[in-house]
Design a protein around this ligand. Structure first.
Ligand SMILES: NC(=O)c1ccc[n+]([C@@H]2O[C@H](COP(=O)([O-])OP(=O)(O)OC[C@H]3O[C@@H](n4cnc5c(N)ncnc54)[C@H](OP(=O)(O)O)[C@@H]3O)[C@@H](O)[C@H]2O)c1
Length: 338
């Protein structure tokens, strides 16, 4: 690395992540007390969050420009500062802290890193998006075995974990995604009914075949899909709101239905917000359950194809995710381009 490494820095607010960011050289310093220096091997792409960060429209993140970017990375410990215990040079670690993602190296408190079994990028997806899926279903959705579960953006990074976890619990998964290829992928993950919204009307299918039948629904798209899930909640149904991709260019929310009072009152149903960053206390338990499923071969990590290489291709990864064309988790291999 010749005394420096590269990192993506947001230098001005802009409509897109690419327009607001510059790749900067950063001095490669020694870790201080309690710190690690990690060489990042892979980073995970969060294109919707990144775009909102570039627009300074993430309500819960206060941005002071310039700011480094990216949330998720897997790397290998390169140097260990005084006082660090339990971690050694060569260990594989994951971080899921904002500003730790889109950079070739990372120097920070050892507590920001989680030791994982190997540098296989599966561990990156499991520790970040996989944990989000587990917490959304179990803690916020209070999922029970055998329930009927609606999932939107089901072929995506988060969605493909949601589908597999729910299917593993013996749940009947009704999955929504866009396109025949994605629909086939989601079916292969264990969904009982896949609604390809480019070929079928989501609301019409749910009204006809799942009327008041959704015990849990996890929606990250919003708009008409949110409304279709809400209208078809079962008694005591839980609608988990974990994102609003369709609102990306339409803030404030796109509202296509009436107020929700009548939709939830008579059914004793609820609409619940899910923000994984607020759920850190639940991460260890979620990881334990998720890693067990993974180690038993009961869930698999799927990455989007094409794979991206080099820090500069983070921008392509962001745009790929925003295009709606990706399936599985979008990551960038940071090592191969160097
Ligand atoms: N609340 C949390 O803590 C948390 C944690 C992780 C992720 N998330 C949210 O979960 C969602 C999925 O995240 P991800 O990183 O795994 O992404 P992803 O699902 O891999 O990709 C986004 C998918 O959303 C769908 N989509 C619908 N409308 C869209 C639009 N206007 N622009 C872009 N995509 C649109 C597309 O799938 P279809 O066309 O097939 O619908 C697209 O493939 C995002 O909204 C993200 O912000 C929330």
């Amino acid at each position: 690395m010749n005394g420096t490494y590269r990192a993506i820095r947001l230098e001005k607010t802009a409509p897109s992540f690419r327009e607001g960011c510059v790749i900067r050289d950063v001095p490669l310093t020694q870790p201080g007390d309690g710190q690690l220096r990690v060489r990042n091997l892979y980073c995970g792409i969060n294109g919707i969050f990144d775009t909102q960060i570039a627009r300074n429209s993430v309500d819960y993140v206060t941005i002071t420009l310039p700011t480094y970017t990216g949330v998720e990375a897997l790397g290998q410990v390169e140097a260990v500062g005084p006082g660090v215990t339990g971690l050694a040079v060569g260990d594989a670690v994951v971080t899921t802290r904002f500003t730790g993602g889109y950079r070739e190296a990372n120097i920070g408190p050892a507590g920001d890193f989680l030791k994982v079994p190997s540098t296989d990028p599966d561990w990156l997806a499991l520790c970040s998006t996989g944990v989000s899926a587990m917490v959304a279903l179990d803690v916020i959705g209070e999922l029970k075995a055998g329930e009927t579960v609606g999932i939107s953006a089901a072929a995506g990074g988060l969605g493909h974990f949601l589908v597999q976890i729910a299917a593993q619990r013996g749940c009947h998964v009704v999955a929504v995604c866009g396109g025949a290829q994605k629909a086939a992928f989601v079916r292969s993950l264990g969904a009982a009914r896949v609604i390809d919204y480019t070929a079928e009307d989501v609301r019409a299918v749910l009204d006809a075949d799942y009327h008041n039948a959704l015990d849990v629904a996890v929606d990250t798209v919003s708009g008409a899909i949110h409304d279709a899930f809400l209208a078809n909640l079962a008694n005591h149904g839980r609608l988990v709101v974990g994102g609003a991709a369709a609102d990306l260019n339409g803030k404030p929310e796109i509202v296509s239905g009436p107020r929700i009072a009548n939709a939830i009152y008579y059914k004793g149903a609820s609409v619940r917000g899910f923000m994984n960053g607020l759920m850190t206390a639940h991460w260890p338990a979620a990881r334990e359950k998720l890693f067990a499923l993974y180690n038993e071969g009961r869930i698999k990590v799927h990455f989007d194809d094409p794979r991206y290489h080099g820090l500069e291709s983070v921008f392509d990864g962001v745009e790929r995710l925003l295009s709606g064309a990706s399936s599985g988790k979008v990551i960038v291999d940071l090592e191969t381009a160097r």
